[in-house]
Design a protein around this ligand. Structure first.
Ligand code: MN
Ligand code: MN
Length: 298
């Protein structure tokens, strides 16, 4: 087992992701004002919400990530088996499924194709959200990361902004895990907003929907203006709207930046135990794959 700083930050990213999903789900599809009235500042992992979750229960964001991660581990790397993993997941009748994810998985189940045509309607955050396991498995191989990320996204979402945000957020997580620090991560964010000005997040446009632009702006704005996992997470989920997904992606970056030890114990202890154990096992296996990939290319 790998027990070093890279492992600490990689596990922080994956557990932080699940914590954000479980915390944010309570206030998903609410407005900031509605959240304020119902909870004051929402910060307790109490479940509930529109999905009527148990405290610490996660949603499709973490489930799809685990499905992708398991397929990468079972295949010894990224390949089209991920499509079967998503199809298998859809058959379990999950608590929530994004419309674009459902449509893409059903397309694969119907005709076996691994992507649909480029589609203006595919700008949701679903493909971006589940990409962390792939970023871990290709931690030391930029070319493999970029190629596999596009293929992964296109299983359900074929849209240039979805691709751009997924590549950028994955690269940011990798930079943080490599100890490039928040400054190094900012360089990646600046590259994204230079190439695609639509993602500019300062001043904050105050939209937190499931549109990939809104999600990316919300996550980046709060990640760069806070200095702890707790403050980043709390600010993001209290924006409401797609709070589970925005929380998950913010948790990925903040967990990578501050490490597992930066995630408050009162959230980690509440997180579904089975999910936590699967994340720990996958993180070990994905980092071992990343290490093996590095040796192959020497
Ligand atoms: Mn969800
Ligand atoms: Mn969501």
């Amino acid at each position: 087992m790998i027990r070093d700083e890279i492992h600490e930050r990689a596990l922080g990213a994956y557990l932080g992701f699940a914590v954000g999903d479980a915390l944010g789900a309570t206030v998903a599809y609410m407005t900031p004002t509605e959240i304020q009235h119902a909870y004051g500042m929402h910060r307790d992992m109490i479940g509930g919400g529109w999905l009527k979750l148990k405290p610490g229960q996660i949603t499709d964001d973490t489930q799809m990530s685990l499905a992708l991660g398991q397929s990468i581990i079972d295949s010894g790397g990224w390949n089209a088996a991920a499509a079967d993993a998503f199809a298998g997941w859809l058959k379990t009748r999950p608590v929530d499924v994004g419309n674009t994810c459902r449509r893409g998985i059903q397309r694969y189940m119907t005709d076996g194709t691994l992507e649909g045509p480029s589609n203006d309607g595919d700008g949701g955050n679903g493909a971006c959200t589940r990409n962390l396991p792939l970023a871990l498995a290709t931690l030391h191989d930029d070319t493999a990361f970029a190629r596999a990320t596009r293929a992964q996204c296109h299983l359900t979402h074929h849209h240039p902004l979805s691709d751009a945000a997924t590549l950028a957020l994955g690269k940011m997580a990798q930079t943080l895990i490599h100890s490039g620090g928040i400054k190094g991560c900012r360089v990646e964010a600046n590259r994204l907003t230079a190439d695609f000005p639509v993602f500019r997040f300062e001043p904050y446009p105050k939209r937190a929907s499931g549109y990939i632009v809104d999600t990316t702006q919300t996550v980046l704005y709060y990640f760069f203006r806070t200095d702890s996992f707790e403050s980043c997470m709390t600010e993001v989920v209290n924006r409401g709207e797609d709070a589970d997904t925005n929380g998950a992606l913010a948790g990925m970056l903040a967990g990578a930046a501050y490490g597992v030890s930066g995630i408050p114990g009162y959230w980690l202890r509440k997180l579904d135990r089975d999910i936590k154990a699967r994340i720990e096992a996958q993180t070990d296996a994905l980092l071992m794959l990343a290490q093996a990939g590095r040796q192959d290319t020497r």
